[in-house]
Design a protein around this ligand. Sequence first.
Ligand SMILES: [Zn+2]
Length: 140
Amino acid sequence: MTQPIIYGEADAPQKRPVWPAIGRGARGRCPNCARGKLFRRYLKVVDRCEVCAEEFFHHRADDAPPYITMLIVGHLAIGAMLHLEMTIEPDPRLYLWVILPAIVVVSLAILQPIKGAIVGLQWAHRMHGFDPENADELSA
Ligand SMILES: [Zn+2]
């Protein structure tokens, strides 16, 4: 059984600001310095920041970004479709040519910012591999 690490005030890890880190990640910037890029491609997170060398290769965003994207877009689309049906009863082709492409465009537009926000949240809370005391996560 491992003993919990009890930090004194002097050796406690420095707190990281959560909301600024989420905002920086959502804008595709390094949660630490806000200057380096967080993504090298659409959803590929850089291994480390090119400006401050903060490591990001051990993030664990996993399925959270698509889950949150589907949650948001699903609620918007269902709400819009119910509203249309109850007010103007549109031609079904409207769904095919307007609503379905809008769902795809909005999903692709918000997926990267949501992933960046998740990585920023994990970095700020030192979750998973961002915690230097968590050797199990680093070796996984
Ligand atoms: Zn940085």
